[in-house]
Each structure stands twice: as C-alpha cells, then as structure tokens.
Design a binder for this molecule. Structure first.
Ligand code: ADP
Ligand code: ASP
Ligand code: MG
Length: 459
C-alpha cells in the first residue's frame, strides 16, 4: 500500500488532472490518494470571504468564478456518464458556500470558525471530482477521519483518535484506490470543521501513511524534486537526489515550501521514506528522503528563508543574571505556544535576542511584559523591542556545524557582500546555521550563500 499526495499545482487544470489520472491508474498496488483543492482555490475562497466581510459586492463576481472553475473542470475531465453524479454532489456544496458568503456580507463578520468552514469547500469539492476521474476509485470524507484538538490558539492533529479512525476506514478497504481531501479535519470534541494549516494536505498524507505503515509517502508536485533553494528565487538551484529526514525537516522549518513542515515527523517516526515527484515529469527519479546518510562528500544541501520574521530584543541591567532571564524568556513563550524560530547566539551580557514569525510578535511581547512585570517596574529590565522588518536565512546540511570554520566563513562572506547579520544560531541537530538579516537583504543573502557554498560548481 502506498500514499500519494497531489497538491494544488497538480490538480489545478484539466491537463494536470489527466496526468494524475494516468499516474494513479498505472499503479500496481493499492493506494490512498490525498488531494488539495484545485490550484489557487484556497486563496480565492479566503479572498472572497474577505471581500464579503468588507461589504464589497465584488464578492458576488468572485464567488461565481469559483463556481465556474469547478464546473469547467467537471465538464473538461469527468467522464460524461459520471458528470451528473459529480454535479449532484458539488452543486449543493457550491450553493452552501454562496449562502455563507451572503451571510458574511450581511453580518460583516468573518470569524476564524467561518473561515475554516469556507476553506473546507476547496478539498471537499476537489476530492469528489478526482475520485470520479480515476477508474475504480472510491471517495472518503476526511472530516470523518482526521481529528484535531485545541493547543493554545491552534488546531493540532489528535493523533490517537485519528489513527484509530484511519484503521477503521482503510484496514479492510476493498477498492484499489481511495481518494480523500487533504488539509481539512474536524475538532474531536465539538465536531466543528477545522484544518491542519495552509499547505496541510502534505500532513494529512503523512498521518495516513504513518498510521497504515505505508511503504512510501509520495508527494507529487510541480518541480522535479527538493531543490537546493527556492527555484523562483535562485535560478540555478538544482534537484537533490537524497536528503535525510532531519535535513528535510530543517529545510522545511526554515521555509522550503515544497513540504509543509509537520509532515516529516509522522513518517520519520515510522521510518517511511518520502519521495518528492513531479506530476508533469513522472519519469524522473525525484528526491528520496530517508534515514540513510548518503553524503558522498557533499555536506551542504540547501539554503532557505522565512521572509516574515520579527527580531525581539530584551535588554537588561548588568546586575541581573542573563542565564536566568534567558530561560524565563523561552519558558514564557513555549508554555504559551509561541514558536521561536531562532534564539540568538550572538551573546552579550545584557541582551536576550530571538526571532518569531511576525504574526506571533504581538503575543510574544505581551507574554514578556507579563513575565517581567517586576523587573520592568524596578527598571532593571530596560526595554523589550521588536523589529518586524527582518528575514531568516538558513543553510542546511548534515553535520554542518562540525565543519571547521564554517560559521566564520558564512558570516564573513555575507559581511563582505554587504549583508549585515543581526543574529545567528546553530541547531541542536547540528544540521543548520541560521541568520537574521534585514528583509531587503534576504534575496542577496540567499544568492550569496547559494553561489558560494551550494553552486553546482562546488558540489
Ligand atoms: P503543491 O501545490 O504541490 O503543494 P507547493 O506550491 O506547496 O505545491 O510547493 C511546490 C513549490 O515549492 C514549487 O513550485 C517551488 O516553486 C517551491 N519551492 C520552494 N522551495 C523549494 C525547494 N527548496 N525545492 C523545491 N521547490 C521549492
Ligand atoms: N488547499 C490548502 C492550501 O492551499 C492545503 C494544501 O494545498 O495543502 O493551503
Ligand atoms: Mg504544498
């Protein structure tokens, strides 16, 4: 049994869907196929909701485009004898969606809960369509199988219950292919529609692959594999034939969009290989992600970035113990669910510096103001400042931190090319070095690092 995930880039058009059909029908073993919404639809579902909420009547036209896009795909690729069956399912969903938009525009309110319902229509419709394109496929509703629970203000997978439901659904599956929508889920207690976060279809596929001990998790997308850098920024980025789980985890944590970060953990835990493949070029080998260490002398694997980074600095009086302050900072953040991208190793006696995503900056500062209320009042804590105009750039490779002098060479190379490093850190996994630079220098930093350390000439 294997699990294949086709992203929005692979289910966006009639042409791409015909590749999906050919790939899945050509399989010799039983498969579970996880699909995203038609390419670009999730963004459009959100945008239309935002227009409706503002009372902008353009939402009517936008929602009609969503209807048309689904109808065009159904007309273009679903076999004629199954079209009515698909329309009988999809049209009521589209009607519901339009009614919700109308409600949002009347009330002028778009809560997170409503937005979660709105985005769910993308995968609910695409999965029905794909299941009727592929011969001998059946359809399953992910809302009945993938369960989440609350963790601070996030929804995270409720693993135990989800695993039970996956077994109950698929253990005695008779059909050769099962199609299921990725990304969407329901709360294990309330039954409300939730999701696993943007890009979350990869994660749905990994959860299913891990629960069923699939022999491989295939992520089908629109590039030939995992590359040394984002090919949209670095033109001479090239495909890596192999990565370890840890390397891929760090690359994804630091922004490589090709896999949604939480995806790696469930399959890593079960030692199930991930293979990244190109729907539009299915002959190529793609990238294998396994637990094997196949360095062949190449230690550095890729460079990635997170554009929306905020660098927060806590400045204290010399009389306070910096180690104590530092542990209180990280404790206050972690026990309240704020993820730190990087804690700076550029130590000074009176400053703790760390980076978070821009959307967590406000919460992080609130938490620190609460934690250090006494020190703020006694003026031993001088300031808590944040700069949201920052980006994180990371270079990844197994054992990178053990390469003698690498940190100095990187800092030096960036410096002589005019990129000032505000903070940096290396990971406990020894697999990355990460730097905080001004956002307007992010692309320069990516180019400099790729040219100097990852260019094919050096590989
Ligand atoms: P999907 O719809 O298949 O989930 P995504 O857009 O989420 O596709 O991810 C694939 C895209 O990720 C590619 O088109 C590529 O532009 C981008 N990308 C960013 N970084 C990398 C990288 N290091 N390797 C390969 N692709 C990358
Ligand atoms: N459709 C969702 C998104 O665009 C999930 C996914 O594509 O993985 O974020
Ligand atoms: Mg994706």
């Amino acid at each position: 049994m294997k699990v294949l995930k086709f992203g929005g880039t692979s289910v966006g058009t009639i042409e791409s869907l015909s590749h999906v059909k050919r790939i899945v029908e050509g399989l010799s073993e039983q498969a579970i196929v996880v699909v995203s919404a038609l390419g670009g639809i999730t963004d459009k579902l959100i945008y239309t909701g935002q227009l409706a909420c503002k009372g902008d009547q353009q939402f009517v036209e936008e929602s009609q485009l969503i209807v048309k896009r689904h109808h065009d795909v159904i007309n273009g690729i679903v076999p004629a004898n199954r079209q009515q069956e698909v329309l009988d399912i999809v049209n009521p969903l589209l009607d519901e969606l339009l009614t919700i938009y109308k409600g949002v525009s009347l009330i002028r309110e778009l809560s997170q809960r409503t937005l979660d319902v709105i985005v769910s229509y993308g995968e609910r419709m695409s999965s029905v369509i794909v299941s009727r394109i592929i011969d001998s496929a059946c359809h399953f509703d992910s809302r009945e199988i993938i369960k989440t629970e609350k963790w601070f203000n996030k929804n995270i997978a409720a693993t135990e219950l989800t695993n039970e439901l996956i077994h109950a659904t698929f253990d005695n599956m008779e059909s050769k292919v099962a199609v299921i929508g990725g990304f969407i889920s329901t709360d294990k207690d309330s039954g409300e529609i939730t999701n696993l976060g943007r890009g979350g279809s990869d994660y749905t596929a990994a959860i299913i692959a891990a629960a069923l001990d699939s022999n491989v998790l295939e992520i089908w997308t629109d590039v030939d594999g995992f590359m040394t850098a984002d090919p949209r920024i670095i033109k001479d980025a090239y495909v890596l034939s192999h990565l370890t789980f840890i390397e891929s985890m760090e690359l994804c944590n630091f922004g490589a969009k090709v896999i949604y970060p939480p995806t790696i953990y469930p399959v890593f835990h079960k030692n199930i290989p991930i293979r990244i493949r190109n729907t539009f070029n299915s002959e190529t080998e793609g990238t294998w992600i396994t637990d094997e260490h196949r360095n062949h002398g190449v230690l550095l694997k890729g460079v990635t970035s997170i554009a929306d980074t905020s660098l927060i600095r806590v400045k204290i009086e010399d009389t306070l113990d910096i180690n104590n302050i530092s542990s209180r900072v990280y404790n206050a953040l972690s026990k309240n669910g704020v993820s730190v991208i990087l804690s700076s190793q550029k130590h000074t006696e009176n400053e703790v510096a760390f980076a978070v995503r821009n959307n967590e900056e406000k919460r992080a500062i609130e938490l620190l103001n609460e934690e250090f209320i006494t020190e703020i009042n006694s003026m031993t804590l001088h300031s808590i400042t944040a700069n949201a105009e920052m980006s994180t750039v990371a270079i990844v490779g197994e054992s990178i931190t053990t390469i003698v002098g690498i940190e100095g060479r990187l800092l030096n190379t960036l410096g002589i090319n005019g990129v000032n490093v505000e903070a940096y850190a290396s990971g406990a996994s020894k697999t990355y070095l990460a730097f905080i630079v001004a956002s307007d220098k992010m692309k320069d930093a990516l180019h400099i690092i790729h040219d100097t350390f990852l260019s094919k000439k050096n590989a």
